[in-house]
Design a protein around this ligand. Structure first.
Ligand code: CTP
Length: 419
């Protein structure tokens, strides 16, 4: 049960520190215990007294407390936790984490811990967008730290943009996901987690089978402009691709997710690159190489308008304007012959009939290693469930109708076995 879980909450020095109080309340309410570490600058925003009262635990502020070292060494403090949560993670704290700096209690704990770490950034939009911060986020993601994407909105400083602390309820969902483990059903704990359904993760103490691997995932539709107001697109929601990216991150991989226009949150621990068109997706895929594994889930538009009009095309009398199309690059097939071809290249196939036959032909035509064939004759595109055939050179297996996060977990498990 979740009641046995213990959270170590590190509170950095930013205006969002006051929201840590609400987070502590939610953690306690869910039956977990929480112990707080307050940085020196964090103490400018919240007091140890408040945190102690809410957490019903002693609050730790300094590396140089003889009492703590006698009773509980600082390494022990982080090791006894099921999850370390850094909230708010300021630009300064993230920079120190990325650089391996250990000059106070919080950063020393973070360097010493062997537990999963969830960083929840909150800062001014310019600080968030600064190349130095983005470089640090990339480094931390590569190091296996789960970094939540910040929210958009008005900032305390009066500016607008990305950098707001996500809502405490959203942070709590990530905490549940990252701590869910041994108490899950055997099946799921083996398979890993997914933020889209809050199901169990690979346990912190469990071998994370894709650690050290770079997984590239494409997801969602592409959008091909006709003129400034019209475009060609398809019904893909991106849910299956996002679920696979999340499951791969849970399995310890460094994940790059190249996403078409979709309305989905970025899973923690995933580096997301947003694109619109197939050509942009192809460029982003090539820039993300090398990768050990690529899972090409995106529903790439086969065609784009041969020419795009800079102005809105007008009706001009009776006859509709002809739309001349040109073929988009096949990103999957291009990757199969690329100098930096991933060791395991997986394509998806959207089929409405003769699924195995068409998907097997696609496997050969696109020179990939596996094809995951979707039966899209029903409500799969945009829906919550998927029914897939996995086609490999050894043959085909069928996974009957399953929630998309479950398909993702199984696929990641199969990838981990293969790699
Ligand atoms: N794909 C791609 N680039 C394209 C078209 C498709 O990378 N221009 C990838 C998809 O991401 C998927 C696989 O190829 O992994 C198969 O996509 P699908 O749409 O099923 O196949 P098509 O090549 O479009 O074939 P058809 O439309 O004839 O079924």
């Amino acid at each position: 049960m979740a009641s046995s879980k213990h959270i170590l909450l590190i509170i950095g020095g930013g205006i969002a520190a006051y929201k840590a109080s609400e987070l502590i309340r939610l953690i306690k309410k869910s039956g977990m215990t929480v112990r707080c570490v307050l940085t020196e600058s964090g103490a400018q925003f919240v007091t140890p007294m408040t945190l102690a009262a809410l957490s019903e635990n002693e609050v730790h502020t300094t590396l140089w407390s003889l009492k703590d070292e006698a009773e509980m060494g600082h390494i022990q403090l982080s090791r006894e936790a099921d999850l370390v949560v850094v909230c708010p993670a300021t630009a300064n704290l993230l920079a120190k984490m990325a650089g391996g700096v250990a000059d106070d209690l919080a950063t020393t704990l973070l360097l010493a811990t062997d537990t999963r770490v969830l960083a929840v950034p909150a800062m001014n939009v310019r600080m968030w967008e600064h190349p130095a911060t983005q470089r640090n986020i990339e480094q931390l993601t590569n190091d296996g730290i789960f970094v939540m994407p910040p929210g958009m909105g008005d900032m305390a400083c009066g500016e607008y943009g990305a950098g707001r602390l996500p809502e405490p309820e959203t942070i709590m969902t990530e905490i549940h996901r990252l701590t869910a483990s041994s108490d899950a059903s055997h099946d799921q704990s083996e398979l890993g987690s997914n933020p889209l359904d809050g199901q169990p993760a690979f346990a912190p103490d469990q071998h994370r089978p894709l650690h050290g691997k770079h997984v590239l995932v494409t997801a969602g539709p592409t959008r091909e402009p006709i003129d400034p107001v019209r475009y060609i697109a398809n019904r893909s929601s991106g849910r299956q691709g996002f679920a696979i990216a999340a499951a791969a991150a849970d399995a310890g991989a460094r994940v790059t997710l190249i996403a078409g226009p979709v309305h989905l949150p970025t899973p923690a621990g995933v580096m997301r690159i947003d694109i619109e068109t197939a050509v942009e997706m192809e460029t982003a895929v090539h820039e993300a190489l090398p990768a050990d594994i690529a899972v090409m889930v995106a529903a790439v538009a086969d065609w784009r308008a041969d020419t795009t009009s800079g102005q809105k095309i007008k009706k001009k009398g009776a006859a509709p304007a002809p739309l001349k199309l040109t073929e988009n690059p096949d990103i999957l097939a291009g990757l199969a012959t690329h100098d930096n071809r991933p060791e395991l290249l997986i394509g998806f196939a959207a089929e409405t009939e003769n699924i195995v036959e068409h998907a097997t032909a696609k496997l050969g035509r696109k020179a990939c290693d596996w094809i995951v064939a979707n039966d899209v004759s029903g409500d799969v595109m945009g829906g919550a469930e998927n029914s897939v055939h996995i086609i490999t050179r050894e043959g085909a297996e069928i996974w009957e109708r399953l929630p998309k996060p479950e398909v993702a977990r199984r696929l990641v498990k199969k990838i981990a076995e293969e790699i």
